[in-house]
Write a protein that binds this ligand. Structure first.
Ligand code: CA
Length: 480
């Protein structure tokens, strides 16, 4: 992923018009020209209803091809459109990563009766009922698809828990009982055991489930000619399953098949434990960095910017860090709401796009606007992408040495004439910082590409520049 930039090509409020695949196809040339090298596309398979974003998964083998749940297409379009779009993206040297939801399934086609114990939602290892029989929507027929691609039919024993008893019309967390059946061990320990998230929780220790998902992983990667996956909700999934799943798909598609997993936890030690458990078979989103930037944006001048990279993946495990500012879950109104405030977004994007380490991911909502609103950050993101391509090369030297004005220098390299840059951001008053860009740059006149600072500066005989930044903004300095 050397110098690659990923884009998350959806947000939570897209209209249910079946147009996303067509839009993405038309956008492929522009994305390539802008510097996007990979797109993360939303869950592309049949959900419980047409308007669902795809996370309430119904049939993984229905990529908008069969009449099921009252629709052929998904929220985003049909399978044929998706295949055409991926072809166009590949023509433009853009890799495609599919959002992959294997933790749970939405309700099935018919109810089944089986034995459970209800558990305490805050302590999932604690039963709060005796053994009881419930009736839940765990039977799947896939009538519209029949046996095409797979004749596997899901039943209650392929799940480890459900969230609803239809007999009593009662919500709760019901742990399914059976031989060798319990919550998975390799999951986050929040709430005692965080295997169950919602809907019907797949039993990822069940041999039939493992076999079927592995088969699907190979099928969907071949069918769509995927370059990688974004794995949803892995903190709720058996880690041993995730590792062997990726190894299985890579055995078919090659070792370069990419993976980034969503382990939504801001604690570095937890993410390190996970990387070790899956033996680094996947990258992870840098959730600690997201939360640092979120806090920086909330606390304004009271945040100590020297700490912005503290305890982040990109600092400690740069080769496994996907850096991002916001996503569909952090955007306002979503389940993990923690959206970076407007004033700080340009600085946050500059940080992830201009720094040497990490694999940056741009959010559709920031680039194209949320809910049809204005694309407020497109100009600055375009400018930063352009800067990344032209100037962001060579060694990085950090100047995280002042509570309200921090930055770094990229020294440039021989392969990119005139490359190298100086970046500063401020969360308080106007600031300045002397940074060294190399003695070979003496006498050069540099300017701020963002236009926030109009004054030009000259590099002195030692290679130092006294770079400026306006209060509460950023500046990106390059040779004039
Ligand atoms: Ca689970």
């Amino acid at each position: 992923m050397k110098n690659g930039v990923m884009m998350q090509y959806f947000e939570w409020n897209l209209p249910n018009d079946g147009n996303l695949w067509k839009q993405l196809k038309k956008d492929a040339v522009h994305l390539h020209q802008t510097g996007i090298t990979a797109v993360w596309i939303p869950p592309a398979y049949k959900a419980d209803e047409q308007q669902d974003e795809g996370y309430a998964t119904y049939d993984l083998f229905d990529l908008g091809e069969f009449d099921q749940n009252s629709t052929v297409r998904t929220k985003y379009g049909t399978k044929d459109e998706l295949i055409e779009t991926i072809g166009e993206l590949h023509k433009n040297k853009i890799s495609v990563y599919l959002d992959t939801v294997m933790n749970h399934k939405a309700e099935g086609d018919y109810t089944e009766k089986f034995k459970v114990k209800e558990v305490d939602p805050k302590e999932r290892n604690k039963d709060i009922s005796d053994e009881i029989e419930i009736q839940a929507w765990t039977g799947y027929l896939f009538k519209g698809r029949g046996n095409k691609y797979s004749d596997f039919k899901w039943h209650w024993y392929h799940f480890s828990g459900v969230g609803f008893d239809d007999a009593q019309k009662k919500s709760g967390i019901f742990r399914i009982l059976g031989e060798n059946k319990y919550w998975s061990e390799g999951v986050d320990d929040e709430n005692g055991n965080y295997d169950f998230l919602l809907c019907n929780d797949l039993d990822l220790d069940h041999p039939e489930v493992i076999k079927e998902l592995n088969r699907w992983g190979i099928w969907v990667s071949n069918e769509l000619n995927l370059d990688g996956m974004r794995l949803d909700a892995v903190k709720h999934m058996e880690d041993k399953f995730v590792k062997q799943f990726l190894e299985t798909v890579r055995a078919e598609r090659g070792n370069e098949f990419y993976s980034v997993a969503e382990y939504w936890n801001g604690d570095l030690a937890t993410l390190e434990k996970y990387l070790a458990a899956v033996e680094k078979t996947t990258d992870l989103f840098d959730v600690p960095l997201h939360y640092n930037m979120y806090k920086a944006s909330k606390f304004g001048k009271d945040y100590d910017l020297r700490r912005i990279l503290d305890d982040t993946l990109v600092l400690h495990h740069p080769d496994y860090a996907v850096t991002f500012v916001d996503n569909h879950d952090s955007q306002l109104g979503s389940s993990l709401e923690s959206e970076i405030e407007d004033w700080f977004k340009p600085s946050a994007y500059a940080l992830i796009l201009l720094m040497e380490k990490g694999y940056p991911c741009i959010f559709y909502g920031d680039y194209y606007g949320i809910n049809g609103g204005k694309p407020l950050y497109q100009p600055i993101i375009d400018l930063l992408l352009n800067t990344r391509r032209k100037y962001a090369y060579g060694e990085q030297k950090d100047y995280f040495d002042h509570p309200s004005t921090v930055g770094f220098v990229r020294m440039g390299d021989k392969d990119h004439a005139g490359s190298g840059l100086a970046f500063l951001m401020s969360n308080n008053i106007d600031g300045n910082k002397v940074m060294n860009v190399g003695v070979n740059r003496k006498g050069e006149v540099w300017r701020d590409l963002t236009g926030n600072v109009q004054k030009k500066i000259t590099i002195d005989n030692e290679g130092n520049g006294n770079f400026l930044v306006e209060g509460g903004t950023l500046s990106v300095w390059v040779k004039f």
